[in-house]
Design a protein. Structure first.
Length: 264
């Protein structure tokens, strides 16, 4: 039996759902409301002590960390393969998936919070309630970063470095796609699955123009979205209010974000 504790709009959850969809696997979902703090409940922390999503539970055994989960899925259900057969392409794939845990995911989360999600976080809460909610983050570094991002928005000291990191992601993708159809080479792989939610997040934040300015990335993004797994794992699960909020707030901040990306 497969169970997935996840959130519809979480980029890490999205990439695991993509892997499951590419394999054609059926699973039982447990949707966590991250704004309500479901990920900090004791019963969930017993599964995932970090208090983050997603967590995959296979026959009663939890697997955590989205990159690890996706490799587990490919190990447990080898067909269709989501890792290249060629050793060099497999190494390239791992360099892409590794980047997410080395700052890229944090950059995307920072941009999302500063531009849009802070408004959800603050809505209807007193200062005391906001600070109590922020205190629920288990990891101290994430707690400090999220606190500043939520309270300061685009004035956060983390905002500009995050935008520049996302620009580097797009530039690196453009370069990599010059040597093959997909990010690791000629095979669609966990690298493409890993990056698809982050490109989607930029699009939702009204930064699709940054994708369009890089023709290879634009073609890759179109190819990724055309896959049935993308529709099943992402499009059909998008929460309209979240998408609308990102569109509204992203449009309001688009000029300054694009200026930051252009200015370096």
């Amino acid at each position: 039996m497969l169970e997935l504790h996840h959130n519809a709009m979480s980029t890490c959850s999205q990439k695991v759902r993509l892997a499951l969809a590419e394999k054609g696997l059926a699973w039982t979902g447990h949707h966590l409301d991250l704004r309500a703090g479901d990920q900090h409940r004791p019963d969930y922390l017993a599964l995932n002590a970090g208090g983050v999503v997603p967590t995959l539970v296979h026959d009663g055994r939890p697997v955590i960390e989205s990159a690890v989960i996706n490799e587990y899925i490919d190990d447990a259900w080898p067909e269709p393969a989501l890792r290249p057969a060629d050793a060099y392409e497999r190494a390239r794939m791992r360099l892409w998936t590794r980047q997410l845990d080395e700052g890229l995911h944090a950059a995307s989360a920072t941009a999302s919070a500063c531009i849009a999600f802070r408004y959800q976080f603050l809505a209807g809460k007193t200062d005391e309630e906001v600070r109590a909610a922020l205190a629920g983050y288990v990891d101290p570094a994430k707690r400090a970063r999220m606190s500043e991002n939520v309270l300061e928005g685009v004035r956060s000291a983390h905002f500009r470095p995050a935008i520049l990191r996302l620009r580097r992601m797009l530039d690196d993708m453009e370069a990599a796609l010059g040597t093959g159809k997909w990010l690791a080479g000629e095979s669609y792989s966990l690298a493409d699955i890993a990056l698809a939610p982050y490109a989607t997040r930029l699009d939702h934040l009204q930064l699709g123009g940054e994708i369009a300015r890089r023709p290879r990335v634009a073609g890759w993004y179109e190819a990724v979205r055309a896959r049935p797994a993308y529709r099943a794992a992402l499009t059909e699960r998008f929460l309209p209010d979240f998408v609308a909020l990102m569109a509204e707030k992203g449009a309001g901040h688009r000029a300054e974000v694009e200026a930051t990306m252009a200015g370096g």
